[in-house]
Every structure is written in C-alpha cells, then in structure tokens.
Design a protein around this ligand. Structure first.
Ligand SMILES: [Zn+2]
Length: 138
C-alpha cells in the first residue's frame, strides 16, 4: 500500500536494514550524523493505526540501531515520533509515520543549539492542572 508523493513509500535506494514490516533509512536532511528513521513499509499516517506486528518490527529495528550507534556516535540515544497534522508535508515533515533515532552525548550539538534552556520549561504540576489533564484519560 503506497501513497503518491510520499518519499517514504518508495525508499528502496535508501534502505539500510529491513525486516518483515519495517525499514531503516538515514534522515535527509538530518540533525546530526547518525540520525536514522525507522518506519513501517505500509503507508500509515496515524501512529495508533500501526498494527502490533508493525510496531514490533519498527522497535526491533530501533533497538538494533541503538545498539550499533551507542559508544560509536554517542553515549546515549533519543527516540522521537512526531504527530503534527497541522503542518503541511514537505522536506522537513513527512506524513508517513516514522521514528527518529539519533545519538546523544552530554552537552552535545543538539543540546547546545536547541535544548540548553529546556530545563527552564519544567514547572511544578499543580492540582487543578493535574485533575483537568487526568480527566482526558478517563
Ligand atoms: Zn508513505
């Protein structure tokens, strides 16, 4: 099942590793060297539409990549999945569900350019907010 104009539905030349339901490619553009993407072979736009076997295949590849890059490209790894339907598909945003996997190290480039002040965002959770947000899961 492929979607016209989806760069991840026909990525054959970019596939570095695959299993039954998922593939790994390098992100291009990338944030840092060793920025991989793990994604289902089937075109899926909403993460909750992934089938259990697709999730399992994706995470098998994520864990494989993590172990390969740890100690070589970084001392840790971030895994990130964005769902942002409010953005139009383009070079920096592809609708086909994908998980970013990239190496991290203490005070690395990503920290220096975009996360240095992120700890300032943390605030104490107050009871009113907690109750309002907890209601969403009931
Ligand atoms: Zn696609």
């Amino acid at each position: 099942m492929t979607e016209p104009n989806c760069p991840f539905c026909e990525p054959q030349a970019r596939v570095l590793r695959e299993n039954d339901n998922a593939i790994v490619i390098l992100s291009n553009p990338r944030k840092v060297p060793g920025h991989f993407l793990a994604l289902p072979k089937r075109h899926v736009e909403k993460p909750w539409d992934l089938k259990p076997q697709e999730l399992q295949s994706i995470f098998e590849l994520i864990f494989f990549v993590e172990q390969k890059i740890l100690g070589k490209l970084g001392d840790g790894v971030d895994i990130k999945q964005n769902y942002r339907p409010f953005l139009k598909q383009g070079r920096l945003k592809v609708d086909h569900v994908h998980f970013h996997v990239y190496p991290r190290s203490m005070e690395d480039y990503l920290y220096q350019v975009s996360e240095k002040y992120e700890t300032d965002l943390f605030a104490e959770l107050d009871d009113l907010e907690r109750k309002e947000v907890e209601k969403l899961l009931q």
